[in-house]
Ligand binder design. Structure first.
Ligand code: MN3
Length: 247
């Protein structure tokens, strides 16, 4: 049995988990004011013009990536959920991805791929912002220094991880409580899903070719290098502060 103190902590953890992801899922539901996105999902707003990230990511890539690729994930996620029982349809995107084993088998892969695609891209649009060679700030900066031995060492390790993703996938800086780690996921698997289901995304890079091919063709390394001009460190710090509260 849980002690009262443990019970309070468990409640606090649940509340904390719910508080973390909705900030980038706003606008990702039929009701854009909803803090907890549910079916039917809609494409999250980009929040800036297609050319806002030039010259590092070109306007055409952003337009196709957002309006076509993200939209396809949403369409296919909704199509899959249309066949699901109401109890599944009512679940938030976060809940669906945290509990993929509870999704009916006939739509599980579709929810994993397209729900993950929606989650990852909703985050990606938020983490991208021209930063004028800015660097991590506040507690996140201190934690990056302590974990990786400084910002340049972190950049090198993250870039290496992004380069090593074989085929399509993502590289992530994630937090489990205050603890930082660099990780990768294949396809559209996302950090909050297994293995441990509680890694909060802090920084993420999409290394699917659709994210860079028009401008960089096969030169992923150049795209990864350019990415460092596009990390929204304010947003990353907010995510880290939210994740830290769950420690
Ligand atoms: Mn993509």
């Amino acid at each position: 049995m849980m002690t009262r103190r443990e019970a309070i902590k468990a409640v606090a953890l649940t509340a904390g988990a719910l508080a973390v992801t909705p900030s980038f899922l706003k606008g990702a539901t039929a009701d854009s004011s909803a803090s907890n996105a549910v079916y039917p999902f809609k494409v999250p707003e980009l929040g800036y013009p297609y050319d806002a990230l030039e010259p590092y990511i070109d306007a055409q890539t952003m337009q196709i990536h957002h309006d076509k690729h993200n939209a396809a994930y949403v369409e296919n996620l909704n199509k899959a959920l249309a066949q699901a029982p109401e109890s599944i349809q009512k679940k938030s995107l976060e809940d669906l991805l945290l509990n993929l084993d509870k999704i009916p088998e006939n739509i599980r892969t579709a929810v994993r791929n397209n729900g993950g695609g929606q989650y990852n891209h909703a985050f990606f649009w938020k983490i991208l912002k021209k930063n004028d060679a800015g660097q991590p700030i506040g507690d996140l900066s201190k934690s990056i220094d302590a974990t990786f031995g400084g910002y340049p060492a972190f950049q090198a390790k993250f870039s290496e991880a992004a380069m090593k993703v074989f085929g399509s996938g993502w590289a992530w800086l994630v937090a489990d409580g205050k603890n930082l780690a660099i990780t990768t996921r294949p396809n559209q698997d996302c950090p909050i899903s297994k293995p441990d289901g509680k890694e909060i995304p802090i920084v993420g890079i999409d290394v699917w070719e659709h994210a860079y091919y028009l401008k960089y063709q096969n030169r992923r390394a150049e795209y990864v290098k350019a990415f460092w001009n596009l990390v929204n460190w304010d947003y990353a710090a907010e995510q880290y502060a939210a994740a830290s509260k769950q420690a």
